[in-house]
Each structure stands twice: as C-alpha cells, then as structure tokens.
Design a protein around this ligand. Sequence first.
Ligand SMILES: Nc1nc2c(ncn2[C@@H]2O[C@H](COP(=O)(O)OP(=O)(O)OP(=O)(O)O)[C@@H](O)[C@H]2O)c(=O)[nH]1
Length: 339
Amino acid sequence: MQVKGWRVPVVALTGHLGAGKTTVLNQLLLNPGARIGVVVNDFGAINVDAGLLTGQVSTAESIAGGCLCCLPDSGGLDEALEVLTRPRLRLDAVVVEASGVAEPAALGRLIRFSGAEHVRPGGLVDVVDADAYFATVDTGGDPPARFGATTLVVINKTDLLPADEREPTVERIRARVHERNPHAHVVVTTRGRVDPALVFDAATDHDPDDQLPLADLAREHAGPPHRHANAVTVPATGPVDPGALIDLLEDPPAGVYRLKGTVVVDTGRTTRAYTANVVGRHIHIAPHPATTGDGLVAIGTHLNHADVHRRLQTALAAPSGPVAAQAMRRLVRYRRLSE
Ligand SMILES: Nc1nc2c(ncn2[C@@H]2O[C@H](COP(=O)(O)OP(=O)(O)OP(=O)(O)O)[C@@H](O)[C@H]2O)c(=O)[nH]1
C-alpha cells in the first residue's frame, strides 16, 4: 500500500441543536462497504446512536468492514484524527460530529490545520432543521455566518413543514444560504437521508464478506438507500496543461460538489503525476507516484452531464502549445497549501 502521501478525507458535521446531525451520520454509516471513522461531540463525550458503533480504535485493525468509533480517553481532535487516519486502518473517510454549539468555520480550521499527517479536509456539512430554521439559526438581519465556511447544507426535517409551505420555505432557506455563500451546495432531506456518495467515496455496492452484520440490519430498518448524487467520469489520455486543470478546479461546473482524480501534468520541462481533490471550493493537490493518470470524476447533484463532460475533457486535453511557467506556478501553489 502507498503510505507516503496517504490522506483520508475528514468531514465536519455541524448543525444547531437537534437539527439532525446524528441522524445524518447514521445514514452515512449505512453505506455498504465504506470504512468510516467517527469522532463524536467534543472529542470525548459519546452521544452517537449506539447501534452502529462496531468497535474502539484499539480493536480497529481486526474490523475489516463497517464503521469505527474513536473514543479517545484524553486529548483532543488532533489525537483522534492521528489515530483514525493511520494508513493501516484504510479508512475511506472520517466524520467529525460536532456538538450543537460548534461553529462550522472553527471546526473546519481545526481539521484543516490539524497536526495529523494523513488528514485531508473532506468538506463541512451543516444540517439545518427546516421547521425551526427561522426561529433558531436565522432570525433576520444578515444571513447566518455559519454558511460562510459550509460546503454542503442539508435542509432536513422537511416533513415537519405543512405541505403547502414546504417548497416556499425550503426556497427561502436556500436563498439565505446562497446570500451568505453562493458556492454552498444544498440538499433537501427528511430523516437525514443524504446520499453517502455525495460526501465520500462509497467503497462498494455491497458489504465485504467480513462486514459485521450490524450495518446490514440497520439498512433493513432504514429502508432503501437514497440516491441523488451522480457522477461524470472522463479518462485521461496523456499529460495535461496545469493551467487548464486549475481553471476547472477553481471553478467547477454547476452542481458539482466534489471533483477528484489522478492526472499527469506537463510541467513545461517534464511530466509529473498529481492527485487532485476538490470539495466545495477547497482544492487539495498532492504529488502521486503514478506515471499515467486515471482522469477525473465529478460528483454532484442535478449535473448537466454533457456540460460537465465537456469541462472535464477541456481540463484533460493535451496542451495546445508550450506550457506557461505561470500555469505551473498556480498548481504548485495549491500543492504547497495542501502540505
Ligand atoms: N420529523 C423528523 N424528525 C427528524 C428528522 N431528522 C431527525 N429527526 C429527529 O429529530 C431528533 C433530533 O435528531 P438528531 O439526529 O439527534 O439531532 P442532532 O443534531 O444530532 O441533535 P443534538 O446532538 O442534540 O444537537 C431525533 O428525535 C430524530 O429522530 C426528520 O427529517 N424529520
């Protein structure tokens, strides 16, 4: 396994008291085969619904499927992330569920500047209660500051709104989110049913053989999975222009929440492979040992397939002439910021 450069996306899950954070977390954990680490509330107190927690970190190596819960005896988030992102655990993602009072931006900073070597920011998911929204987090004036840093807003509990008020209320909330942050991705749910594929890479469509049966039982209880994310994939054909690649990463097509891939870049002097990961507006670029690139995958909701495909193809096209030094500097800047 490639350990150097190994990074695990760490997703922050925030929301006002009772908005549905734990409900969203449990939905994300239902994904078959995905190996998810969880850090709960204030990094010590335990309040995740008990049914899905399959083991402590000390026994994690013997658990090959399902989710793991980090229960640190002492210390804070850094220590928990250090443990959960160890390459030998091979986790697909870590979700940090914050207490109801946590500010998304503050938690995002803790993750982004975590001392843990293998962490990559995986997005800030903020859950809002559609029914209580205008009485709690947004009582007028400027739109809530919390959305400034949020990459994905989950408008939850829409079932509690009277049928004739549902759509207008959701649209008013959406408008307030975008007033603060036009780039925030918004999904509308009941019972926290966010498609896990939107948030992290879903490992498989079925449980591995050694999966503990808990997730399977929980899925039966929860009903069929909710699928609203879609993806567009374009394979690489050869070295690409770093400028064209960064143009795409800085301004992804409408509806794209995540972008990822391995590409070989024409640096102007040689060729070099990189992995690129974009969540919301956060760009992460790291060197990769491959000599050929896989291409790019865009994941989002309501994607215009043809449009997204065209944009990915443009980014993956062979350079039309000599690569400008400035183009490579743009890429190197993001690579440095990602270290
Ligand atoms: N009607 C309805 N109830 C929901 C929905 N989502 C969650 N709930 C319920 O709302 C309550 C609070 O949900 P939680 O997931 O515990 O919310 P939380 O944000 O984790 O709560 P705290 O950790 O206390 O801040 C629970 O009783 C859930 O079952 C929904 O979409 N509709």
